[in-house]
Design a protein around this ligand. Structure first.
Ligand SMILES: C[S@@+](CC[C@H](N)C(=O)[O-])C[C@H]1O[C@@H](n2cnc3c(N)ncnc32)[C@H](O)[C@@H]1O
Length: 289
């Protein structure tokens, strides 16, 4: 029987050989998962030595080396303060989306400071619920609803909402069509992380290409903007005049999406924002009066 430290190091080397960029972190995370402890405890055990890992560790390392996403193997993804359940059929939330939530929370704060109660937030294309559930967790006075097209992803979102006991109204439906009509013209903030990859631009990473659902990835046109722009039209229907839309986009769309939104005449103050790695990531705009 080999020591945990040797097993984790061997696993990291194996994952590195398989092209996994985060090999060291993933080897530790998988050990934490099989031991049901957190990663810092695994690192402590690696220093102390004298502990072994169960046979299930090697099985998981094999799967990770075949580029199954880490989050599908552990069944969870960390997003801001939340741990979300994820797996086949749902998009794994990404750290770059956290900046969109920061911007949305800033708008909620601004409105609450001006005296608004129960700021209305709608999250379109909700996936696992990452954005909608984070907004509710971090701003509990906001009134939050979310919409997701895929029945599989919707089921993950509902499961996350229920496990986290967050009061978010989730619905299954098409965000390119009218929705939440009882809130038409009365929403303060619309968040959207739509599918936006240009059709034909197949992602390089097998974790994305082979495991994120196509419906979560491809934006429906050569420039990837057909679905984002159609969802933005829905946002324009939902928002009150002056209400804010926030749309995530690919780093190559930081000029084209703002330009296309401004050209509709439905928006003012169109601006673009970088993510934490300095890449263009989120367009914001206010509903024209
Ligand atoms: C890039 S993922 C984002 C998921 C989640 N908001 C996040 O940030 O992790 C896009 C999501 O939009 C959903 N979707 C695609 N087309 C849609 C549509 N027409 N209406 C509603 N949701 C849609 C996909 O199923 C997927 O869950």
């Amino acid at each position: 029987m080999t020591d945990l430290r040797d097993d984790v190091r061997a696993a990291a080397a194996r994952l590195r050989d398989a092209g996994v960029a985060s090999a060291d972190v993933d080897a530790v995370e998988l050990a934490a998962h099989v031991l049901e402890v957190d990663a810092s405890e695994v690192r402590r055990l690696m220093v102390l030595g004298g502990r072994t890992l169960p046979g299930s560790y090697a099985v998981l390392v094999d799967e990770r080396a075949r580029r199954v996403p880490l989050q599908h193997l552990t069944g969870r993804a960390h997003f801001r303060r939340l741990t979300l359940s994820v797996g086949p059929g749902v998009f794994v939330p990404r750290p770059e989306t956290e900046v969109l939530v920061d911007l949305a929370l800033g708008e909620v704060d601004r409105l609450e400071a001006a005296g608004a109660v129960a700021v209305r937030v709608v999250d379109l294309c909700s996936g696992s619920g990452a954005i909608a559930l984070s907004v509710k967790a971090e701003r509990p006075d906001a009134d939050v609803r979310g919409l997701e097209l895929s029945p599989d992803a919707y089921a993950w979102a509902v499961a996350n909402r229920d496990r986290l006991a967050l009061d978010v109204g989730l619905e299954q439906g098409d965000a390119t069509r009218p929705c939440f009509e009882d809130w038409s013209g009365a929403v303060d903030v619309v968040t959207v992380n739509p599918p936006y990859i240009p059709v034909g631009a197949v992602p390089v990473d097998p974790e994305v290409r082979d495991h994120d659902p196509d419906v979560a990835l491809y934006g429906g046109s050569e420039d990837g903007l057909a679905i984002p722009l159609a969802v933005a039209r829905t946002a324009a229907r939902l928002l009150r005049p002056g209400g804010l839309v926030l749309v995530e986009h690919a780093d190559s769309q930081g000029e084209s999406l703002p330009r296309r939104l401004a050209a509709t005449g439905e928006w003012t103050g169109v601006a673009d924002h970088d993510d934490l790695s300095g890449r263009p990531r989120v367009t914001t705009a206010r509903r024209s009066h």
